[in-house]
Design a protein around this ligand. Structure first.
Ligand code: RFL
Length: 399
């Protein structure tokens, strides 16, 4: 049930009910800080939006420390191996036995979001679905405000002591950091994926990355009945222009099904194009506005870091708000960007390296040939060098 409280004054106004906003909201309530979450989508929409699935051990610890991990402990699955398939064969990297010796928990993002919504409402939180923030102001003063439009379309004002912009890459908050105070760091990686969700059990026991002359293909378990696949495609492709038959044929080819065994097919529940892109703002705050998650630091899904970074930023921000409000200590909030950005940049660096590990241009020009040979050398180093495997394991599962 959506709660609709008459109260329009709170302490922390949270925009967006994705992983960042919901973790922040739950941690604030647990710390005794009033907050209110405003979310544009309906509850059904946010609880069905399939995206991430791989949660790092650090993320799971943060959730468990705050009583938010019951669902993922009960239904998530531990995952500690990834496999690379190339023209010369395949090799498995048991990253849970290397480096930090940590594994992922595979738990679909929409199930985590549903658990977080449920926990927030059970704690008595005020969560307004179907409500869009259309304006924000007073960020330089001590009483910032938002204009929100609820399901009936009537605008109303909300005010608080702080605003947390957790409204993702297309949200309003990131546009309100004044030009001149914030520097944007952006890269479009020149790679496009067709992201697919198949109603089919995983075909393979591990995440499998296939490097093929026709482009990258990936296989990632989500649940015992649903599997995510990725197919690199041309940037100008349209998701609908791929037929189901073409998708499965291309997956078979790139995953080398003839050699390693067939993929389990099923209806495609979702297909969407994802342009691999990074977009980091520095600082992630201005006055009383603080950004968290994709709003502050979009990362390509190549290394499955986005939802994890969102949870970690929400934890840092919750601690900052609690320190300021309970102890009058503004220092952690003042340092918020400086605390988060090194973590974001380490994840960006690893994610960027993964893009170069898995992709290279197909052309027969000199540069394409050079980049393909570099990619092949990287894969060979990873296959044969134990120090590189330890370092990969740290970057892959660390956050
Ligand atoms: P979200 O999840 O986008 O939530 C933002 C929310 O803000 C709302 N909103 C507004 N509400 C009110 N007023 C407005 N004006 C508003 N504007 C926006 C939106 O409706 C939305 O509900 O951002 P958040 O919380 O920062 O979380 C980020 C993660 O969702 C994202 O990083 C991950 O999904 C990225 N990602 C992955 N991350 C991982 O850690 N592991 C993975 O395995 C993984 N796989 C993926 C992914 C992202 C993918 N896509 C779709 C790019 C796989 C894919 C295909």
């Amino acid at each position: 049930m959506t709660t609709q409280s008459p109260v329009d004054e709170t302490t922390v106004l949270v925009v967006g009910a994705g992983p960042a906003g919901l973790v922040l909201g739950n941690l604030l309530l647990a710390a005794g800080v009033d907050c209110l979450i405003v979310e544009r989508g309906s509850r059904a929409h946010v609880e069905r939006r399939a995206r991430a699935g791989f949660l790092a051990a650090d993320t799971v610890r943060v959730l468990a420390d705050h009583g938010l991990a019951d669902g993922l402990k009960a239904r998530g699955r531990e995952h500690g191996v990834c496999v690379f398939r190339t023209g010369s064969g395949e090799f498995a990297l048991r990253y849970a036995d290397l480096g930090r010796r940590e594994s992922h928990t595979v738990y679909p993002q929409q199930e985590l979001v549903a658990d977080l919504v449920d926990a927030f409402l059970r704690r008595g939180g005020d969560l307004r679905f179907g409500t869009t923030v259309s304006a924000m102001g007073g960020l330089d003063g001590d009483r910032p405000w938002l204009t929100a439009e609820g399901p009936d379309g009537t605008p109303y004002r909300l005010s608080g002591r702080y605003v947390a912009g957790c409204d993702g890459r297309h949200g309003i908050s990131r546009r309100l950091l004044p030009a001149g105070t914030v520097r944007r760091h952006r890269r479009r990686h020149g790679v496009t994926w067709l992201a697919l969700l198949a109603e089919a059990p995983p075909s393979l026991p591990a995440v499998t990355y296939a490097v093929h002359e026709r482009g990258f293909a990936g296989h990632m378990a989500r649940t015992p009945a649903v599997t995510r696949y990725y197919l690199q495609c041309a940037p100008e492709d349209r998701a609908e222009s791929w037929s189901d038959a073409e998708i499965w044929a291309e997956l078979d080819l790139r995953m080398r099904a003839e050699r390693f065994g067939p993929l389990r097919r099923g209806p495609l529940l979702e297909r969407a194009l994802v342009d691999l892109e990074s977009d980091v703002l520095d600082p992630m705050q201005h006055g009383r506005l603080f950004l968290a998650g994709d709003a502050a630091g979009l990362i390509s899904p190549s290394a499955a870091k986005g939802a994890n970074l969102a949870v970690m930023a929400a934890r840092t921000l919750a601690e900052g708000f609690a320190a300021a409000l309970h102890r009058g200590d503004e220092e952690p909030l003042a340092r918020y960007s400086a605390t988060c950005l090194p973590r974001i940049w380490r994840a960006q660096e690893f994610s960027h390296w993964m893009i170069g590990l898995l992709h290279a241009p197909a052309g027969d020009d000199e540069e394409s040939r050079f980049l393909r040979s570099l990619r092949d050398a990287r894969l060979e180093t990873l296959r044969t060098s134990l120090p590189h495997q330890h370092s990969f394991a740290d970057g892959y599962v660390g956050i």
